[in-house]
Ligand binder design. Structure first.
Ligand SMILES: Nc1ncnc2c1ncn2[C@@H]1O[C@H](COP(=O)(O)OP(=O)(O)OP(=O)(O)O)[C@@H](O)[C@H]1O
Ligand SMILES: [Mg+2]
Length: 168
């Protein structure tokens, strides 16, 4: 199966991709490594990236925030989500600066990855990672893939709080 994983930075894409590729014995495609190897730059040229990634192996897990914006022949695209509060915590732990934290939280609140993934991929599954350990997230993902389930993500309340009171 060809599985993509995308979503806002710090939602846990790399963590899940490693676990999922091991559990399913699928190849893991490291997009970050390929971007470096092929010198695709900081503002990655998505057309070039697509050409570098194709053809995809038959059984693969490929993860990147970049793949939401391109069309790849995936059987399913998994979009990871987390509450803005959880994202902020994870990014602070990673020592992200305030600008980067704000940018990424706004991307999550505005459904940036959802919009692109649903535009580019016929089968999209959404998974809320809030409060889950990586192992629990793996279990949930395997179950959702098998049963064709998806979470309904609704950041409306958080978005309103953020817009009116600048609170996360
Ligand atoms: N389920 C989880 N619960 C709490 N923290 C997590 C979880 N999964 C990952 N993390 C932590 O959050 C941070 C981000 O995880 P990870 O690197 O997997 O995210 P990512 O989506 O690949 O981010 P990026 O887009 O920047 O590559 C890491 O410090 C990781 O240890
Ligand atoms: Mg990552």
């Amino acid at each position: 199966m060809r599985i993509g994983i995308t979503g806002t930075p710090a939602t846990g894409k790399t963590t899940l991709a490693r676990l999922l590729s091991q559990a399913l014995k699928h190849e893991l495609v490291d997009v970050k490594k390929l971007v470096k190897k092929h010198n695709l730059g900081n503002e990655v040229d998505l057309n070039k990236l697509r050409k570098v990634l194709l053809p995809l192996p038959k059984d693969v897990v490929i993860e990147s925030h970049l793949i939401a914006e391109i069309k790849l022949p995936l059987d399913v695209m998994v979009v990871l989500h987390a509450s803005p509060r959880a994202l902020k915590r994870r990014m602070k732990k990673r020592k992200y600066g305030p600008r980067k934290i704000k940018e990424n939280i706004e991307a999550e609140l505005l459904d940036y990855f959802t919009i692109y993934a649903e535009q580019n991929y016929p089968r999209v599954i959404h998974i809320d990672t809030t409060g889950l350990t990586p192992r629990q997230l793996l279990k949930k993902t395997l179950r959702y893939l098998k049963e064709g389930k998806s979470d309904v993500i609704n950041h409306e309340k958080a978005l309103l709080e953020y817009a009116l009171h600048n609170k996360i």
